[in-house]
Design a protein around this ligand. Structure first.
Ligand SMILES: Cc1ncc(COP(=O)(O)O)c(C=O)c1O
Length: 419
């Protein structure tokens, strides 16, 4: 029996898709999905509405979501922020734009989306954003990631002003920012023309639940057409219901205050602009700390070889947060902080000729031929053309998940070894 457990009664009462699922009567399934179990995992039927042409509970849910997020139109996604990013980039091209300034730390969905939609990416660094006019001179529009995986948020007002002055669109990958809805200073949706909210990451939605939104009818029209291309034609009803619930979920100021209070008193804790990204300085002992916590049943979102990220949400209970703090106190004492020396800036060389896949242990000094990194956060750690260092090999060897490797091997230039 496929059910959905939504805890907050007040929110649940206001959810149209959930109400439709709850009201199901006797139901013998001679339709997909093939598991044939009764419950909420249904398909498009006479009473369930249809995400690709909604007129009933899904239309009402999307209208409510747009209102909460300050959008002209919002589209529920059941295929993660990835599909929202792709749709947003496709809409950008439909509107006639060709090049786009994107951060060098953009998620792979942004980089892949540019390739797929034939957008010329113009890379900028986080520091470059302090002079957005200069970044904007080189591209037709600007895409920002806000917040990023480390909870950093750029100056959104300054970016909106710069884009408006240059008459260029502002897009936002807000895969980590859905919980900031309503925050006049920090929610990117108040500043962007189109944006994605990955509600499954920082709000209580099921995995893959997300939303993509447009500020005006101009962008909504292109986005509607694009969403239709990149969204599945078999969206999950439990995921859709959970997206509506998550967007309507209230903030948790008590927890937020508790997080900032801990960050003030514990010098191994870093909380940047976004309280849901709780960072612990592991230093040289980062992996040992991660393992020690896992033995206690505490799992971090990721460890980048230095920092551990503990991802919170408004649905994190105060009890859960206190348990994390107690464990960090104990484990932190066991593994005192030893700072990692600053990693020197990478050396880049031209990439050409044949490539080969080699074990990480043999890659020191070779030239990387294909972007790779940790998964999550799916941000490039070693870029194509970069000479591979011991420190970065160590990070990849210790990672739980990676991207860009083939059977654990890294792709390097062959010519480089023959020199
Ligand atoms: C910044 C950023 N954008 C987009 C995505 C893609 O999100 P999803 O996994 O929901 O497709 C991620 C995923 O980690 C991300 O970190």
């Amino acid at each position: 029996m496929v059910k959905l457990r939504l805890k907050n009664r007040n929110v649940k009462k206001r959810c149209h898709i959930y109400a439709m699922l709850r009201a199901q009567g006797k139901h013998l399934s001679f339709h997909t999905p093939g598991h044939k179990q009764p419950g909420y995992d249904v398909t498009e039927l006479s009473y369930t509405d249809n995400l690709s042409a909604p007129t009933g509970c899904i239309a009402k849910a999307q209208a409510d979501i747009a209102e909460v997020l300050g959008a002209k139109q919002s589209f529920i996604l059941t295929d993660g922020s990835t599909s929202g990013v792709l749709a947003m980039l496709h809409a950008y091209v439909l509107a006639g734009y060709q090049s786009l300034a994107i951060p060098d730390f953009a998620h792979k969905s942004v980089k892949n989306g540019c390739k797929l939609c034939h957008i010329a990416p113009v890379f900028y660094t986080a520091e470059d954003l302090s002079a957005p006019q200069t970044v904007l001179e080189k591209a037709d529009g600007l895409l920002i990631v806000s917040p990023d995986y480390y909870g950093r948020i750029p100056n959104l007002q300054q970016l909106e002003n710069a884009c408006k002055n240059a008459n260029k669109p502002l897009l936002c990958d807000g895969a980590h920012g859905g919980h900031l809805k309503g925050n006049a200073k920090l929610y990117a949706g108040f500043f962007a023309d189109m944006w994605v909210d990955g509600v499954h990451k920082s709000l209580p939605a099921l995995t893959q639940g997300a939303v993509v939104s447009a500020k005006t009818e101009f962008w909504a029209e292109y986005l509607r057409e694009s969403v239709d291309i990149f969204r599945t034609s078999s969206p999950s009803y439990p995921v859709m219901a959970s997206v509506e619930y998550a967007v309507k979920y209230p903030p948790n100021p008590r927890l937020e205050d508790a997080v900032f209070a801990v960050a003030k008193t514990n010098d191994r804790v870093i909380v940047n602009d976004d309280w849901t990204k709780f960072l612990f300085k592991g230093g040289k002992r980062a992996y040992e700390i991660k393992q020690a916590l896992e033995r206690r049943g505490i799992f971090a979102e990721f460890c980048d070889g230095d920092l551990l990220l503990f991802y919170l949400s408004p649905a994190t209970t105060n009890g859960q947060f206190s348990a994390l703090c107690r464990a960090l106190k104990k484990v932190g004492k066991q593994y005192p902080y030893e700072r990692i020396e600053r990693i020197p800036a990478p050396e880049f060389v031209a990439v050409d000729g044949d490539m080969e896949n080699i074990p990480l242990a043999q890659a020191l000094g070779r030239v990387c031929a294909k972007d790779c990194g940790l998964f999550p956060p799916c941000v490039t750690l070693i870029a194509r053309g970069e000479r591979i260092t011991q420190e970065k090999i160590r990070v990849l060897q210790n990672a739980d998940g990676t991207f860009g490797l083939t059977d654990g091997k890294i792709t390097v230039c062959k010519a480089d070894a023959e020199e």
